[in-house]
Design a protein around this ligand. Structure first.
Ligand SMILES: Cc1ncc(COP(=O)(O)O)c(C=O)c1O
Length: 466
């Protein structure tokens, strides 16, 4: 009997103090309500289960509840149990707490680059995959597991990446991580342990990524950039550089694919110097006018660390990403990850494995590719009509475009957009401090709004442009 009551009801932490059990319990409950720990409407455990938990007689709890009801602290309604009364002791504002100012008006629209259309997350298909994955999961899946990640996911990823991205992938070389940033952190740690001092980066990119490397103790000189992508031929001149971080399939945010000669030069440098290429393939699936540009990793799997993520193809909130490692790095990365590092939930990993294996991932990506392409085409068409002087580039792939602006106008256009209720960023936000000042431009994340907000965002953008 006791056992069954112990698993029934809800948990309530009370510390009985003082002499009498009943009065001690009443004091503890009053105190919990007064301090706001128990909020109005909170359902209390039944007298029976609380009595079992506290090791006291049920009548003692029932009497304490009845008195607190009589005092107005609690209410007891047939069928709804005993709850903290709605009007019980309102919490006083804490002394010294400054009242927050009313928040700034939030922009109505966002064209920030970096997020897919979150309203298009394939909830129904994901739920089906989660159900199938949970049903099939072996008991050991609920344990701590392999720090490389679930073998089921590594196996389907190896097939998918080979098929869709031209990656040479073996499940034994794949490590699942919590987003690309996590993989980059691990690589920063490994490179420092290898006594690397510098990791070259691109002239344009995300400062969070550069900062992660800096925090790992690495300097991040920037490679010069032009219309063909990053000038990888310059790597040889950077003597202290032991690795280079790049977005070869679709430079972020400038949008150009790395020219084949530059790809070859990067691989030649890595082979000749023993350096590593950290390939950030963040939106490789989204290319619109022809086949996606394959991953650089296929050119030399022993010199390239391939990093992919579900953040653009599905949703950043999943925090699921993968690294395909050169064989010599597998042990070091696993060691850097350790057993207590963030490991993605086994259930999410199994769900993604099922999602990919069932074909739902391909269907989702293909469907989204079509939708994003329509948006991109619409962006180009509307700009040609309403802002014909603005040149659009970087549109062959990905989820964002670069809109060139007249010199010196970037700040004022962003401000004008804010007046239109639109949040959008300029290219200077993504420029490395070593890079020469370039053209003024906007980076427009056309995948970001939900369908319902897209037309409004586009109109606000056009109004803000010169
Ligand atoms: C250039 C680039 N790399 C990688 C990522 C993905 O990061 P994560 O997997 O940590 O969400 C993003 C997302 O914004 C990105 O823009």
């Amino acid at each position: 009997m006791t056992d069954s009551w112990a698993t029934f009801g809800t948990d309530l932490h009370v510390e009985l103090r003082g002499s009498g059990l009943r009065s001690g319990l009443m004091d503890a409950l009053r105190e919990a309500v007064r301090t706001g720990r128990l909020t109005p409407g909170t359902r209390l455990p039944s007298s029976r289960s609380l009595a079992v938990d506290l090791g006291i007689a049920r009548n003692t709890v029932a009497d304490a509840y009845a008195e607190l009801v009589a005092e107005g602290w609690l209410t007891a309604l047939q069928g709804s149990g005993t709850r903290v009364a709605r009007r019980a002791a309102p919490r006083k504002p804490q002394a010294g707490v400054v009242r927050a100012r009313p928040p700034h008006r939030r922009p109505t629209y966002s064209l920030h680059a970096g997020t897919p259309d979150l309203a298009s997350f394939p909830r129904a298909e994901w739920l089906k995959a989660a159900r199938r994955a949970l049903t099939a999961a072996p008991h050991e899946a609920f344990g701590y597991g392999d720090s490389r990640g679930r073998i089921e996911l590594r196996t389907v990823l190896a097939d998918y990446l080979a098929r869709a991205r031209g990656v040479y992938a073996d499940p034994e070389r794949i490590v699942i991580c919590s987003g690309f940033v996590h993989g980059l952190m691990l690589m920063g740690k490994v490179l420092r342990q290898r006594r690397v001092r510098e990791v070259a980066v691109e002239s344009y990119g995300l400062d969070v990524h550069w900062n992660l490397l800096t925090e790992a103790g690495l300097r991040t000189p920037a490679l010069p950039f032009d219309g063909l992508g990053s000038q990888t031929g310059e790597l040889a001149a950077l003597r202290a550089v032991g690795a280079v971080l790049m977005t070869p399939a679709h430079q972020f945010p400038m949008g150009v694919p790395l020219h084949p000669d530059r790809r070859a030069a990067a691989v030649d440098w890595a082979r000749g110097s023993g350096g590593l290429i950290l390939e950030d393939d963040y939106d490789g699936e989204f290319r619109y006018d022809r086949q996606p540009v394959g991953a650089l990793q296929g050119l030399d799997p022993e010199r390239v660390v391939y990093m992919g993520t579900a953040s653009k193809s599905l949703a950043p909130g999943l925090r699921l990403a993968w690294m395909v490692l050169p064989e010599e790095l597998v042990g070091e990365v696993i060691e850097a990850k350790g057993s207590v590092d963030w490991v993605s939930s086994a259930l999410d990993q199994l769900t993604l494995a099922e999602f990919i294996a069932s074909g739902a991932y391909d269907r989702h990506v293909r469907g989204m590719r079509l939708r994003y392409r329509r948006r991109r085409d619409q962006l180009v068409r509307v700009l040609a009509e309403r802002a014909p002087d603005i040149r659009v580039s970087g549109i062959a792939a990905g989820l964002h475009a670069v809109l060139e602006l007249p010199p010196g106008t970037e700040g004022s256009v962003i401000q004008a957009a804010a007046w239109q209720g639109l949040a959008v960023e300029g290219v200077s936000r993504f420029r490395h401090k070593d890079a020469p000042t370039g053209r003024d431009a906007l980076v427009v994340g056309y995948a970001t709004p939900a369908d319902s907000g897209w037309a409004g965002a586009l109109d606000a953008l056009c109004r803000a442009l010169p």
